[in-house]
Design a binder for this molecule. Structure first.
Ligand code: ACM
Length: 503
């Protein structure tokens, strides 16, 4: 079953690097519950180097390990002899980057794909739309990028003392650029998973096409939102909104080859649907008993459309508050309750519990951390990430409200992402942090050599702080209390479901 992919080195039989595809490695890994396709074995000896993988993806993961056996700064030191082998615990090992709040250029996304691959991660989830910006082209809806991709001011800081400061924030990816990114990622065995937010977090779309909103309530908007938080605006439950949502999904399916297409679904207030007379009439026509039934109605349509395109919808765990049609994979961000709710209903789930993987959260309790929003999330805490048995994997989420530059994204992501990547590769119960901590110093040298502006372990460098910019820090206990409130509807539904079952 082994086939030599190619090699580098001496054609006359001297030491060389051989790349070999060997399916049996995958069978062996799968037999012990690992993901076979990415299994690898790297053997280094006097006579040469062999990188063996179950598939080309496995060879690539092995080559990554081999590269990291070199001196971090690239000094010409010998590679140690030995055998390194492994296979991941989960098929989904990812990171989400929010390019809606603050746009990142194609070059920056390419660099991030390289960094994810260096950490043996295999998913980059791009959060492409939100209230503050729309970042991809949709045929038939040109104003999404003409109007929705630019705002002229933005919130500075968080909480009651936050201000709104003038300054252009703009950008979108052309279809050609996204196709290039898909190829670039595929060459590194990373899947780009796109997401369009529906039917909430849509102010950028409503600025472009106000008629898609609940026009008989609230003030019309002509710009993406300049503030951050949960926006009351939602799509109206109309045929026009479905046409729009389907067009956005089609555009993503035409560009991305990912099996999963994100349809959003988080933090959708029912306020406008409760207040709008037009929505009330429409709900009656549709046989929807309350405003809480409107989001599930949207979800059913969009999931069906993604399925009709031969893909699987990816949605935030709020959709579990309604009936979930077949063919959905859930992003469980609201803690273990959401993860377990999905698993108990036989729904595929990706773990992204905010307390362990929200990399916009401050990295310590120190007031020197820039614009602290949310509870402290130390690297030690990130290393405790526990994916519930049965989940397909997990991902870190990087929301960018307060991360306006590449350096600020680096700061938020690294080195915490290394801890999460290791947890997603290893699976099971977290090992003691100390062993990872010892290895981390070599990894930090690698990150430095790659030009990554990570957060030093002893605290932010002076230029990484944001003195005087207000934040809204929370204790872990306070955040746990908030999450418990957020999942109340979900728990209520689970209890009702089990009561029905008992009756
Ligand atoms: C989320 O953090 N609103 C998914």
């Amino acid at each position: 079953a082994a086939a030599t992919l190619g090699g580098l080195g001496d054609d006359d039989g001297g030491p060389c690097i051989r790349l070999v595809v060997d399916e049996t490695l995958g069978d062996d890994a799968a037999a012990v519950g690992r993901i076979g396709g990415e299994a690898f074995r790297v053997s280094v000896s006097e006579s040469g180097i062999e990188v063996r993988g179950a598939t080309p993806a496995g060879v690539y993961r092995g080559a990554t390990v081999l590269r990291q056996l070199r001196d971090p700064e690239g000094a010409a030191t010998p590679i140690p002899a030995g055998v390194w082998e492994g296979a991941p615990a989960y098929a989904w090992r990812g990171a989400m980057l929010d390019v809606a709040r603050h746009f990142r250029t194609v070059e920056e996304v390419r660099r991030l794909i390289d960094l994810l691959a260096d950490h043996r991660l295999n998913v980059l989830h791009l959060h492409l739309t939100d209230d503050q910006g729309w970042r991809f082209e949709v045929p038939g809806f040109p104003r999404l990028t003409e109007v929705g991709a630019r705002r002229a001011a933005t919130q500075r800081g968080h909480g009651p003392l936050a201000t709104v400061e003038p300054g252009i924030h703009e950008g979108f990816y052309t279809t050609a650029e996204l196709r290039d990114l898909v190829r670039y990622a595929a060459d590194r065995f990373v899947t780009l998973v796109p997401e369009v937010e529906l039917p909430g977090h849509v102010q950028a779309a409503l600025a472009a096409y106000p008629e898609l909103g609940n026009t008989d309530v609230g003030d019309p908007v002509d710009s993406p939102w300049e503030r951050f938080g949960v926006n009351p605006r939602t799509l109206a439950p109309t045929e026009a909104s479905l046409v729009f949502g389907r067009a956005a999904i089609d555009a993503l399916c035409d560009v991305f080859d990912s099996e999963w297409i994100g349809i959003g679904g988080d933090e959708v207030p029912v306020t406008e649907w409760e207040q709008s007379a037009a929505a009330a009439t429409r709900m009656q026509e549709l046989g929807l008993a309350s405003a809480h039934d409107v989001q599930p109605w949207f979800t059913a349509h969009f999931v069906a459309h993604v399925r009709a395109r031969g893909r699987t919808a990816l949605a935030w765990d709020e959709v579990l508050e309604g009936d979930v049609p077949d063919g959905v994979r859930i992003l469980a961000w609201r803690g273990p309750v959401a993860m377990r709710a999905a698993l108990s209903r036989g729904i595929e789930v990706v773990a992204c519990p905010d307390l362990e993987v929200y990399l916009d959260y401050p990295q310590s309790e120190s007031a020197e951390e820039p614009i602290r929003v949310g509870p402290p999330l130390t690297i030690e805490r990130a290393y405790t990430l526990r994916v519930e048995d049965g989940a397909v994997g997990g991902q870190a989420n990087v929301w960018s409200e307060h991360l306006p530059t590449r350096d600020r994204v680096d700061f938020a992501m690294f080195p915490r992402l290394a801890a999460i990547a290791e947890r997603l590769w290893e699976g099971g119960e977290p090992a003691p942090y100390a062993d990872f901590g010892r290895r981390l110093s070599t990894h930090l040298r690698r990150l430095r050599a790659a030009g990554v502006r990570y957060r030093p372990l002893d605290g932010p460098a002076p230029d990484q702080r944001r003195p005087g910019v207000p934040g809204k820090p929370l204790t872990i206990e306070a955040r746990e209390h908030i999450v418990a409130g957020l999942v109340a509807r979900l728990l209520e539904r689970s209890h009702n479901a089990s009561a029905e079952y008992r009756n």
